[in-house]
Design a protein around this ligand. Structure first.
Ligand code: DP6
Length: 321
């Protein structure tokens, strides 16, 4: 039986998306800039379901009963492929799922890539972006490697700012908890949009943060990128906190990592952090400082694990035979 497998990597936003313009089409209300990482990956296999008349989805070997997140992407794709197959989707992550590590972005991007290849569709980038975005607003960024801009003023085009080789920073993902998050990004964004008094200012700050980050990335300016990334991250967490009910993703371990990062910076190391909808802290650093940072964070905080990775590339089809 024909099976097609694709791998895609997660991406982490430096300038973040938090809030949707349109929740039906799942359109972000702002632009974002991200890095795609290496070594962490989602691997998704597609085959025809020859046993029953339904689509089936397995994540890390466990069958999901709720397919509502994948259906909009699947229906968009099957409309173009004209296939009426029922399919089996088997997706595996080599990192914790649903805990602020962008598993839905890499999961959806690997699914779209595998489906496109399975049905020989040869889709252009704009259809792949659309198919990904219907599944998760941050997923289109995982279609591209290195530093990526997703521009909401230009029909959500995703473009590469720098290739991974152009600025080979290291990325350290500090695992502060393995628990799945209690409030999904999707729910959290809706709450913030409706209730946070800071939401309009947050929207208003996006364009400036995007242009500051673009400039810093193009100049490979670590301290410039540090300032805009940390400011943007902390503003997003203020928006979350001032929502009603208040949404708090950071925990004590996250805060102790931030304190250590500030100490390391004061002693001359080049690094900065970002935190998404979960307590995990992502450190972007000069590879010369990686070992010192790992040792310091391991010995002086309660992080459970540190995943050391670099910048990654775009999704690819793999041959499993
Ligand atoms: C905090 O893309 O996971 O990571 O579109 O509802 O699937 P959905 O949300 P998602 O939200 C990402 C939020 C973020 C910031 C970012 O990655 O830009």
């Amino acid at each position: 039986m024909k099976e097609t497998t694709a791998i895609a990597h997660p991406n982490f936003a430096l300038v973040k998306y938090w809030g949707k313009k349109d929740s039906k089409q799942n359109r972000p209300a702002m632009s974002s800039i991200s890095i795609t990482v290496d070594s962490m990956q989602s691997k998704t296999k597609i085959s025809k379901n020859t046993l029953s008349n339904c689509h089936r989805l397995f994540i890390n070997g466990v069958e999901e009963t709720d397919l509502s997140k994948i259906f909009p992407s699947l229906f968009y794709l099957s409309e173009i492929s004209k296939s009426d197959d029922y399919i089996v989707i088997q997706s595996e992550n080599n990192f914790p799922t649903s805990s602020g590590l962008a598993s839905s972005a890499s999961g959806i991007a690997s699914f779209v890539t595998a489906y496109d290849a399975h049905y020989g569709m040869n889709l252009g980038i704009s259809d792949r972006i659309e198919a990904c975005m219907l599944g998760s607003g941050s997923a289109p960024r995982s279609l591209i490697g290195g530093f990526v801009l997703m521009d909401h003023n230009n029909n959500y085009s995703c473009t590469q700012i720098l290739q991974k080789e152009d600025w080979p920073v290291d990325v350290l993902i500090c695992i502060a908890s393995r628990e799945a998050k209690k409030i999904s990004s999707r729910e959290g964004m809706e709450i913030s949009k409706r209730t946070s008094p800071l939401y309009q200012d947050w929207l208003g700050s996006n364009e400036r943060d995007i242009s500051l980050a673009l400039e810093a990335i193009r100049e490979k300016n670590m301290s410039g990128l540090e300032k805009v990334t940390e400011k943007n991250c902390n503003f997003m967490h203020e928006v979350m906190k001032t929502s009603k009910p208040s949404i708090i993703y950071m925990n004590d371990v996250t805060h102790s990592c931030v304190a250590e990062i500030e100490n390391l910076r004061a002693s001359g190391h080049k690094l900065f952090y970002t935190v998404d909808a979960g307590p995990q802290i992502k450190i972007i650093c000069d590879p010369k400082s990686t070992n010192t940072i790992k040792d310091t964070i391991t010995h002086r905080t309660d992080v459970i694990d540190i995943i050391h990775t670099r910048l990654g590339g775009s999704p690819r089809i793999i041959d499993e035979n």
